[in-house]
Design a protein around this ligand. Structure first.
Ligand code: PFF
Length: 470
């Protein structure tokens, strides 16, 4: 059965389905791979505490603004912005904010599925290892440290493998998105998110009991203010948006399938709390095993794809835990890639009035082209630095360029403009009738979207882009 919203479109079948799907969108590689990697690269505790502040004071208010616009518009993101603008007597061009978001979501999708492909490769590695070495032993028995270290660079340098894996991950995503909101997207979240949580909690308990939990707490939660530079702040804000799926019209798109009776403030708080908890728990899951194995928890993608496999080499049941771990990462990645594909697909459906499967296929084909460039950027095309003439992108290959461009520029800019739109441009009565807030909390939220979010985002953007002048 296809659930419909008040306007008769396909939509979430219940409030809890929306909450699970939105958490599924938010929780992904951003929490499990990017958060620990960024925390490691940006000085641990300083980054983590600033990140939490960003979530509460900027992320949540923008999350509520985005879902509110989507629910009011009941359409693909640009049309939703246009509706709110028109009803508020403002210029239609505000829809460009969402158009920028749709473009960003597409770019993120194109490289996200490359990382999804890497995760598939590790699932394959651990299955093969489990078959070869048995359930009880450590992972990669018989391989020495150097050999395990070499698995990751060998994989990312292997163009045919990364390109094909990217296509497989895109195809899995396409399969669900083409089936629609209640029949496909929602099903992935409803089945996979509970399994994800069980795996996450199980592995984290194992890790905290068997690993170096005290050192991990010190590492993640010791605040050293001198480490909080402009770049670290921009990295934290970018991570907050990436993690909450904000600034790319993602939550506007999901909000458009929510029925009128759902309280958006309450659901936004649940989504934000779940996403942040998963990021912190991911830190508590990964670092204890890594530190206990005598490895350095420094940042970068190597943390998940090299350091952690070394740690699995040291522990009993290493193959099994490793496999469970990467399956968990794969589930989280899929519920996010589905969201990323839905944003441009919904736009193509609305814009060109074509059927869903055709629209989704078109988006997938284009993403495959960009994805191929990203997949090759860690091997054959590693010397290609598309925006290398700009200091912010110096030395970055195609994949890293898209990551930096979206998380450090288009997402914060999209979020800033959304805050200005809701805080200053949109009709106050319209906003108040949708947001589900009252009393002091309402006043506080209004202050945040009108003043705090735009100003803080502007300062952080300038400080991060021009670090020397800040
Ligand atoms: N929030 C996802 C993550 O943390 O992995 C990534 C993402 C999904 C970003 C959906 C944007 C989006 F629309």
């Amino acid at each position: 059965m296809v659930a419909t919203t008040s306007t008769g479109r396909d939509g979430w079948s219940s409030r809890s389905a929306f909450i699970l799907a939105a958490i599924g969108s938010a929780v992904g590689l951003g929490n499990l791979v990017r958060f620990p990697a960024e925390a490691g690269a940006n000085g641990g505790g300083a980054f983590v505490l600033f990140y939490i502040l960003c979530i509460v004071l900027i992320g949540l208010p923008v999350l509520l603004s985005e879902t509110l616009i989507g629910r009011h518009g009941q359409a693909a993101a640009p049309e939703s912005y246009r509706k709110v603008a028109e009803e508020s007597g403002a210029s239609k061009s505000w829809e460009l904010v969402a158009t920028l978001g749709v473009l960003s979501a597409f770019l993120v999708l194109s490289f996200y599925c490359v990382l999804g492909g890497w995760v598939l490769y590790y699932i394959y590695l651990f299955i093969a290892d489990l078959i070869a070495t048995g359930v009880t032993g450590p992972a990669f028995d018989g391989l020495n440290f150097e050999a395990v270290d070499a698995l990751f660079p060998a994989m990312i340098a292997n163009g045919p493998v990364t390109v094909v894996l990217n296509l497989i991950f895109l195809a899995i995503t396409l399969f669900f998105v083409a089936r629609g909101v209640s029949g496909g997207i929602e099903k992935v979240a409803v089945y996979l998110m509970p399994l994800f949580f069980v795996l996450l909690v199980g592995i984290t308990i194992y890790s905290l009991i068997g690993g170096s939990s005290q050192e991990t707490f010190d590492y993640l939660f010791t605040f050293e203010p001198e480490k909080l530079t402009g770049e670290v702040m921009l990295a934290a804000v970018g991570q907050a948006f990436f993690s909450l799926s904000l600034g790319v019209a993602g939550m506007v798109t999901y909000g458009a399938y929510v029925s009128r009776d759902v309280n958006l403030a309450g659901t936004s708080a649940i989504i934000g709390a779940a996403d942040t908890s998963v990021a912190l728990v991911a830190g508590l899951c990964i670092f204890p095993i890594v530190i206990a194995a005598g490895l350095t928890p420094n940042g970068g993608l190597g943390l998940m794809f090299q350091t952690l496999p070394h740690a699995f080499q040291e522990i009993p049941f290493g193959s099994l835990i490793g496999l469970a771990f990467f399956i968990m990462v794969g589930f989280a990645a899929l519920t996010s890639s589905v969201a990323l594909m839905e944003v441009p697909s919904a736009w193509v459906i609305d814009q060109f009035r074509i059927r869903r499967p055709a629209a989704v296929l078109l988006v997938t084909a284009l993403a495959a082209v960009f994805g191929t460039l990203s997949a090759l950027s860690t091997g054959m095309l590693s010397g290609f630095h598309p925006l290398g003439f700009l200091p912010m992108f110096e030395g970055l290959g195609f994949l890293d360029t898209l990551d930096t461009l979206t998380s450090k520029l288009t997402m914060p800019i999209g979020a800033l403009l959304t805050a200005v739109f809701i805080g200053w441009i949109a009709d106050k009565r319209l906003v108040d009738s949708e947001n589900g807030l009252s009393g002091g909390l309402h006043l506080f939220w209004r202050f945040l979207v009108r003043w705090f979010c735009p100003l803080a985002l502007l300062l952080i953007l300038l400080g991060g882009i021009f670090p020397d002048r800040a």
